[in-house]
Write a protein that binds this ligand. Sequence first.
Ligand code: NAP
Length: 472
Amino acid sequence: MTNLVTEYPLGSEKRPLRVAVVGAGPSGFYAVDALLRRKDVLIEVDTFDRLPVPYGLVRFGVAPDHQNIKAIIKGYEKIATNPRFRFFGNVQFGRDINLEDLQAHYDQIIYAVGAETDRKLNVPGEMLSGSYTATEFVAWYNGHPDYVDAQFDLSHERALVVGMGNVAMDVTRMLAKSPDELAGTDIADYALESLRASKIREIVILGRRGAAQAAFTPKEIKEIGALEGVDIVVDPADVVLDEESKKSLETDKQARANVQYLTEKSQEGSGASTKKVHLRLLRSPVKIVGENGHVVGATIERNVLVKSESGEMRPRGSGEFETIPCGAIFRSVGYHGIPLQGVPFDRDAGVIPNERGRVVNPDSGKVVRGQYVVGWIKRGPTGLLGTNKGDSGETVDAMLEDIQGETAPMHEEQEPEAIESFLKSKEASYLTFSDWKELDFLEVEKGAELGKIRQKFVHLSDMLEALNKESG
Ligand code: NAP
């Protein structure tokens, strides 16, 4: 019997490879870039984001006073000018579109959804009012539509920040920096207002390990030390290194720079500034203390470092406790991925199991055809924005290896208009990249009126109204 359906090589003029990217943050954009740069295959890419606007953590994670980092967006904008790229904002996987819908319209799917929630501390009192996650605080001051109504009690003099990664540095800096210095950025108005009213004068950062194991980069801790009217205070006893930590400095440039800086700070004493950032090393919270449901302090334990089987220095409680009174606690101990409906997920690691970006079914150990992963949901919440470039490139290489010699027919669903009709049939109010460019223009224009870099839209309804669109 003759096969009446004509098949064409996948990635040819007659049958472009059609890829859906779920998530329009940095890893998603680097994947789009790697796909569209290929000269040997014709690829069309549609990117979906549950948020109405693109850029994920660059817009909603990078701190407002780090505009130099946000400048990376210029590169993403250039990628977006490719006619083979489209953006569909306000389209949520599992709500507006599901796995089967994407499989009907695309040959390959990339999950680039990042790590949307936070790691737990797992100590009593973690859920008391006044105990916040860094993820919610960061999203709030960045005008993330889901966090606009969040409330943070900044009415006490002392706040605790748990963890010493770069997110903890962002949180600390935003709490310590003069609001006047933030006023010209793209910080959300309501956040600036709250920070202006903040009574916080002392921020205690708790690092569970020592100076040689700090996760922050030297640039970020030095930026706090350089803040106007702020002193970093470190106890000299906390920067005394054990032999193993000392040895690690020989090969770890970042640790060497951090230790040198913190040692210098420990010798400077407490300083004359009115705001203090106390860095307490080798300290873990063991209990968050509350009164009438609100945080009033934290019990912390001093740790000693013990070499693990893998050779890493791990913290172990020494049995020496103290309680630090405070009115707010920001838990900044890392992000954690959340599962997508119908997609394999490793709950402990918070990632989609994969081999070089190919999604793997953990039960069978087999690769799941046509599904791929990039960024934090692939490798866990580590690395700087640029780390995603190589990571996404690896996945795209695997994707293109997988279509070698493949042919496919051209169905109606593979016509570029089909997905638009589908979304309209679901009454999804999606935003396109040109909608975003219009909002971008309005944000910058409004910002200029107010003496800010941009005034962000923070409500979906306002964005739709500005675009004369109806909500779905
Ligand atoms: P991170 O770098 O992994 O730091 C997490 C911190 O939390 C570490 O100090 C970790 O200590 C600590 N921690 C984890 N579990 C803990 C527990 N149970 N108790 C006490 N402390 C605990 O994560 P992140 O700060 O969320 O940053 C994520 C990524 O984004 C990083 O790669 C970061 O560099 C990047 N980033 C960069 C910038 C920038 O360039 N300006 C800004 C923000 C974020 P241990 O080391 O002991 O595990």
